[in-house]
Design a protein around this ligand. Structure first.
Ligand SMILES: NC(=O)c1ccc[n+]([C@@H]2O[C@H](COP(=O)([O-])OP(=O)(O)OC[C@H]3O[C@@H](n4cnc5c(N)ncnc54)[C@H](OP(=O)(O)O)[C@@H]3O)[C@@H](O)[C@H]2O)c1
Length: 430
């Protein structure tokens, strides 16, 4: 590549994120060219529907629906994948790597299922695979883990990484809305998909946690191993009681380095009101990192949307383009060392808990619950009871206990004739 030759970029996909990338590349063209030492040129754009309206800045002559035209173009330097999903994105990213082109992707689902393989393929080919936009939208969490904290050990991380869940939980707490009403509002405002399951089921956050675990702990884990719970089972009463006990309910992705194994889990949790994550509301994302030498650090910002996400994609583009021009391509990928790590079972977790029982209010009920918990070495910290039409909601927080022990006690209590279903359990964040 001669010094002022343009860096030729192919966009695989040009929807919400791809459209933002086009805009940012045009808006900041001069500045980016100065930083790279050559202009970035959008040479090819692959889409599904050629007739759809696109960013007005886009030269329509480069748009095609034929993947072979885009992947077969040997003049391309960098592929930017914003198609989403695993197929055909995976095959196309693999082909781009085989051609020794750098790849930038925003695709957390692809990375969660095949990220370790793709990193290894890219390292073997000596090309960069950059994925800042895959977690936290515009928040520079990947760069922070990969570069800024390369000198330290990340001991744990805890993040609000799904804006839809955070929005829904914030509405339930602050406006007393039901889960369904809050999801409907999120859909009306464009924060939630028509099918919100990927988000509210916790799966999107689990994808992001697998990506974070690669960078933070060098862990190669399978997405199926990550215990994942969504926010569907939460009821307005949980937000009310959480408030009363001094907590905020947040949907968290939590990771901890345990040495041979890693603790990875995604679930709603009670966060103490005075902790930084408790005040992150609406669609914002936030990730708290605990470094051995650094101590705690918090990154907060817009975790989705066309322009915040495009900021991360274009920052990656800038990095890989500069590296390519300086003949230093592949350094980014080579820096990621992965090894297979077991994910610790949730039953082994030691945590404090919030438990909500629904029971018929008969004499002796509370004594039996206390007995079952005591038999399982679970010590109650606080307890509140509310009654409506003979059915009581007994809500308690516990001291630290082993989750498998608590679970056994809840099974035993659920089998009692006074129980109206198994108790709801929420973990209390440290
Ligand atoms: N949206 C966000 O805020 C956000 C934030 C962070 C990360 N991400 C990630 O970024 C990626 C893209 O998300 P998005 O919201 O931009 O999605 P999107 O709006 O649905 O855009 C997808 C693009 O890919 C094209 N496409 C899909 N399947 C294709 C196929 N088989 N062949 C050719 N083109 C195809 C679509 O073409 P048409 O335009 O012709 O339909 C569209 O241009 C996903 O991995 C997502 O998880 C998104």
């Amino acid at each position: 590549m001669a010094t002022s030759d343009p860096v030729r970029v192919a966009l695989l996909g040009c929807g919400t994120v791809g459209g933002g990338v086009v805009r940012l590349l045009y808006d900041n063209a001069r500045y980016l060219a100065e930083r790279i030492g050559a202009p970035l040129e959008i040479a090819r754009v692959l889409v599904r529907d050629e007739d759809k309206p696109r960013a007005p800045e886009l030269d329509r002559s480069v748009v095609t629906t034929d993947p072979e035209i885009v992947l077969g173009d040997d003049s391309i330097d960098v592929y930017v994948e914003t198609i989403g999903g695993v197929d055909p994105a995976r095959e196309w990213v693999e082909r781009a790597i085989e051609k020794k082109c750098a790849v930038v992707t925003a695709n957390k689902m692809l990375l969660a299922t095949s990220g370790a393989d793709l990193v290894e393929r890219a390292a073997a080919a000596g090309v960069d695979l950059a994925f800042e936009a895959s977690v936290g939208g515009g928040i520079p969490i990947i760069r922070t883990l990969r570069e800024a904290l390369a000198s330290d050990w990340v001991e744990s991380l805890s993040g609000i990484v799904n804006g839809t869940c955070n929005f829904v939980l914030s509405r339930m707490r602050e406006h007393g809305e039901s889960f369904d009403a809050a999801v409907k509002l999120a859909q009306e405002l464009g924060y939630a998909e028509v099918d919100p399951e990927l988000d509210v089921g916790g799966h999107d956050a689990a994808h992001k946690l697998v990506v974070l675990a690669m960078l933070a702990f060098g862990a190669r884990v399978s997405i199926d191993e990550v215990p994942t719970e969504g926010i569907r089972a939460l009821e307005p009463i949980d937000h009310r009681f959480a408030k009363r006990f001094g907590y905020v309910v947040k949907h968290l992705a939590i990771g901890r380095d345990l040495g041979d194994s890693v603790e990875l889990r995604v679930h709603p949790a009670l966060v103490p009101e005075d902790k930084p994550l408790a005040s992150v509301s609406g669609v914002l994302n936030a990730i708290e990192i605990e470094g051995r030498a650094l101590g705690p650090a918090l990154l907060v910002g817009r975790g989705a949307g066309a322009m915040p996400t495009a900021v991360s994609v274009v920052a990656d583009l800038l990095d890989v383009a500069r590296a390519r021009r300086g003949n230093a391509g592949g350094l980014m990928t080579r820096g990621i060392q992965l090894r297979r790590r077991a994910v610790a079972p949730l039953g082994a977790l030691r945590s404090r808990y919030y438990v909500r029982f629904r029971v018929e209010n008969r004499p002796g009920t509370l004594a039996r619950i206390a007995q079952a918990l005591g038999d399982a070495n679970v010590v109650v910290e606080q307890m509140v009871q509310e009654e409506e039409s003979g059915v009581a909601s007994i809500v308690m927080t516990t001291h630290e206990a082993v989750e498998a022990d608590l679970s056994r006690a809840l099974d035993a209590i659920a089998a009692q004739p006074f129980s109206r279903g198994r108790a709801a359990l929420l973990r209390i964040a440290r």
